[in-house]
Design a protein around this ligand. Structure first.
Ligand code: ME8
Length: 532
């Protein structure tokens, strides 16, 4: 596309690479959909974009799962990636540019080089460590982090499961030396960690003083060997964080690396914020590499007051919701209903209510009413607006405001809820405009003035919907495409994906005479709700 500059830095967004110990659930899909909306938004600004996701395949958790299933870890990962993870992203219309697996050679070779480099620079030394370890988190815990279970048993605060005491002779990264540098960096880059509450938590954590990080394990072997000591494998988190570099050419394709790295936004759940906001930038600083622009933590989807996790899913899979509500409504719902960064609960009742009132009634009906009226009164040919006045000006003003707000909120602030609301407030405004203008009454007036008024009302609504299709395309690509086709926009304006956010508020883009058709219903009436 025209405005992409050759060699310019891409807007680079990542999801966490997910553990493949089990199939993906609503929580993983939440982060990945958010990243997809963010990257589609930036693509629609005409920017060069790179969207990366993938899978985290080493470590004890995966090894134990494979053992329990009687297969090798590699067999287990291959099966899960091909049968569960990749198909879900395809199903949810995720437009990632790459998918990295940490068992790929393009990753493992580079991880070894990275760690060897740090060792050569004196950033890594051999030492001993004993402490409580949570296999669910793949993380040593500080005694103060633990919560009390029954009979004095200490539990991981995230997994609510007993921790294990691990004692190992390991290699350590001198993380403790990076505290002051990190604090300076947070200070100079107040937007680095989002939201504010997460930022404060990280800053306080670092201020308490960092311990050196154990970066190897010798009690099991499912990992990347330490290059100078193959009795050890590299700690799964060091291995995993490096995916953000290895996937974009670190050590293998300098040109690709330069135009992509570092990430503009790392999207993560708040459970893994410290890894991304403390350990990852320290690793990069140690290597003299640039640090990311932002780490944005989303809140947790909750079930029954607990973080939704692989073990307490109450049986809801993304596919159970998409088969009922459709993929687009699914993509929309979680971003619309929950403020990004806050925790939120899912319920069938809430999804059903919002689907019906906001998607089907407000948005879907507006689109189908407009198409029906252009069909009935103008034989499906979009008429010219020759009698615009204050009411039409108000719609144009409303659109300008919606575009500016959505662009700032989604594109800059990662406030998906606010951005979506800005567009839906505009949809409401257009509905109100139609209700007030009563085109069905104006249609009874056959005079030239009456016809001109009717034409103006319908053109105005069509133009409004043309912009709505563009603005909602990153969130709901399939229905936006249906609307785009129903407005007859494509022949004159080109493909929907090529429309620019910057042009969305430019009035009068739909050509007079465009063929408006009553296409498929955007949001069909729901079947009887399923019982949870
Ligand atoms: O942590 N609500 O992988 P993981 C919202 N492999 N988001 C949720 C969620 C919930 N209930 N449950 C999971 C790992 N997520 C590591 C990451 S990155 C270098 C390595 C999302 O499979 C959220 O984004 O446990 C969280 O951070 C991620 O899934 C954890 O996925």
């Amino acid at each position: 596309t025209g405005s992409e500059k050759q060699g310019a830095k891409a807007f680079y967004v990542t999801t966490p690479i997910y553990y493949v110990n089990d199939a993906p659930h609503l929580g993983h899909a939440y982060t990945t959909v958010a990243g997809d909306v963010l990257t589609r938004w930036h693509r629609q600004r005409g920017e060069k974009v790179w969207y990366l996701t993938g899978t985290d395949e080493h470590g004890q958790k995966i090894m134990r799962t494979a053992d329990a299933n009687g297969v090798t870890p590699q067999e287990w990962c291959d099966k899960l990636v091909e049968e569960a993870w990749k198909p879900l992203w395809e199903h949810l219309d995720i437009a990632n540019d790459d998918f990295i697996r940490t068992t790929e050679k393009r990753h493992t070779d580079r991880v070894q080089e990275f760690v060897q480099d740090l060792y050569d620079k004196g950033e890594i030394y051999k030492g001993g460590y004993e402490g409580p370890y949570c296999v669910g988190c793949e993380e040593y815990k500080l005694p103060g982090d633990l919560i009390d279970g029954e009979q004095g048993v200490k539990l991981c605060p995230v997994h609510k499961k007993p921790v294990e005491i691990l004692k190992e002779e390991n290699y350590f990264f001198k993380l403790s030396e990076y505290g002051p540098k990190l604090l300076e960096f947070y200070e100079a880059n107040p937007d680095f960690i989002q939201p504010e509450s997460a930022r404060n938590e990280v800053v306080n954590f670092v201020k308490q003083g960092l311990q050196d990080l154990s970066i190897s394990r010798s009690t099991f072997d499912w990992g990347i060997p330490i290059p100078w000591d193959d009795k050890h494998v590299i700690y799964v988190w060091v291995d995993a964080l490096l995916n953000y570099a290895t996937a974009v050419g670190y050590g293998s394709n300098q040109a690709k690396f330069d135009e992509t790295f570092p990430a503009n936004v790392h999207l993560v759940g708040k459970d893994i914020l410290r890894f991304h906001a403390v350990i990852w930038p320290a690793m990069l600083m140690a290597q003299g590499l640039p640090v990311p622009g932002r780490v944005a933590a989303n809140g947790w989807l909750m079930v029954g007051g607990e973080k939704m996790s692989k073990s307490n899913l109450t049986g809801i899979k993304p596919q159970d919701l998409t088969s009922h509500f459709g993929v687009d409504a699914y993509r929309w719902y979680f971003l619309r209903a929950i403020a990004f960064g806050s925790d939120g609960s899912f319920s069938w009742e809430d999804f059903t209510a919002r689907y019906t009132s906001e998607l089907a009634n407000d948005y879907g009906n507006l689109a189908s009413r407009l198409a029906a009226m252009v069909g009935k009164y103008f034989d499906g040919a979009l008429p010219e607006a020759t009698a615009a006045g204050d009411a039409e000006q108000a719609v144009r003003d409303g659109l300008e405001k919606a575009v500016a707000e959505a662009d700032r909120k989604i594109g800059e602030e990662l406030d998906f809820q606010g951005g979506i609301l800005a567009v839906f407030d505009f949809v409401k405004q257009v509905n109100g405009y139609i209700t007030e203008q009563e085109p069905w009454k104006v249609a009874k007036d056959d005079s030239p003035e009456g016809r001109a008024r009717l034409a103006t009302i319908l053109y105005t609504a069509a133009e409004a919907l043309r912009a709505v299709a563009v603005l909602l395309n990153p969130v709901m690509p399939d229905t936006s495409q249906k609307l785009w086709e129903s407005l007859g926009a494509e022949p004159a304006l080109g493909a929907l994906a090529d429309q620019r956010v910057q042009d969305a508020a430019t009035w009068g883009r739909l050509p007079v005479g465009a063929t408006v058709t009553k296409g498929a219903v955007l949001f069909p009436r729901l079947e009887e709700p399923k019982k949870t």
